[in-house]
Design a protein around this ligand. Structure first.
Ligand SMILES: N[C@@H](CCC(=O)N[C@@H](CS)C(=O)NCC(=O)O)C(=O)O
Length: 225
């Protein structure tokens, strides 16, 4: 659960964020490093193109998702989930440690205050985040208009994975590795924020990545408590 994740990340040898990947030789504490490791481990998967120019484009786009899309999308979802305690807790999988769920429920007012402060959440900042997310979505749509079934050509790359994962808060995909709360049960104001992203061509593309591509590689992935 949020907050408690810091202890787990640290204990695994990482920093304060997740994901953390622990291998026999090294600990990777940033998703970019994890993708680069996965590429070296399994180059045939083609996460990064061979062509240096194309590879740079994929790396830049992955960075954009990581640094811009992820943060703004999280601010948007937090802006309403923090005032919807029940929906907030429904957004986490049933396998989460019960002690952490209990602890966070108890500390929720403090957590809400800290997250609001950390993400600088207010009406203007949320509007700004919607614009930022919209700009990345537009970029995705321009890339999709080019040749190839994926963002950068005919194969799934790190750019597609980064886009799908960092857009989750504003897409609320139907086919995720855990059952996310039903968007219809969110307050109208929250639905109005999320639906334009979810229903856009870029949003449909992210949904498709989870529904079809993730299903192929992730069918035996399970979240460990
Ligand atoms: N640049 C980092 C960002 C990771 C990140 O922000 N992860 C979120 C969860 S998706 C997190 O741990 N947030 C809690 C925090 O920042 O303490 C990466 O790509 O791994």
């Amino acid at each position: 659960m949020p907050v408690f994740h810091m202890r787990h990340a640290k204990k695994a040898g990482g920093k304060l964020t997740v994901p953390v990947l622990v291998t026999a030789d090294k600990v990777y504490s940033d998703s970019t490093d994890i993708l680069q490791f996965a590429n070296e481990f399994s180059p045939q998967a083609g996460l990064y193109p061979q062509d240096p120019e194309l590879r740079k484009q994929v790396e830049d786009f992955e960075e954009l998702c990581d640094e811009v899309l992820g943060n703004h999308a999280r601010r948007i979802i937090y802006s309403f989930l923090l005032s919807q305690k029940r929906e907030f807790f429904n957004a986490f999988p049933p396998g989460c440690p019960r002690g952490e769920v209990f602890g966070l429920k108890l500390l929720f007012p403090l957590f809400r205050m800290l997250v609001k402060r950390a993400y600088k959440i207010n009406t203007e900042s949320v509007q700004r985040s919607c614009v930022k997310v919209g700009e990345v979505f537009e970029q995705v749509e321009e890339l999709l208009a080019k040749e190839g079934a994926y963002l950068f050509g005919d194969t799934l790359t790190a750019a597609d994975i980064a886009f799908a994962c960092t857009s989750v808060p504003v897409i609320v995909p139907d086919h995720y590795f855990v059952q996310l709360p039903d968007l219809d049960r969110f307050p109208q104001e929250a639905q109005d924020l999320v639906r334009p992203f979810r229903d856009s061509p870029a949003g449909h593309y992210a949904q498709k990545l989870f529904r079809e591509d993730r299903a192929q590689v992730g069918s035996n992935l399970r979240l460990k408590g």
